[in-house]
Design a binder for this molecule. Structure first.
Ligand code: ZN
Length: 77
């Protein structure tokens, strides 16, 4: 059932600190933006939305804005 045992620390993308979902680079970048640049905990979009009391659409919009501004936390796909 649970054969997704944690891989070696630091060798893979971090997972959501709340629900353990695997994260996209966008979600990691947004976590840094919303929490702080040095954060070591990251959240997926649904958990970020709940935590900051906004919709996921608003967060996706923000990601787009940050990327258009050329923010280095959001490398072009
Ligand atoms: Zn989550």
């Amino acid at each position: 059932m649970d054969n997704t045992k944690r891989t070696q620390a630091g060798s893979s993308m971090p997972a959501c600190a709340l629900c353990n979902a695997s994260l996209t680079p966008d979600e990691i970048g947004l976590s840094k933006k919303l929490i702080n640049r040095g954060t070591t905990v990251f959240f997926c979009l649904p958990c970020l939305a709940r935590r900051f009391d906004v919709t996921e659409d608003i967060l996706r919009d923000k990601i787009r804005q940050f990327r258009e501004m050329g923010c280095t936390l959001f490398p072009p796909a």
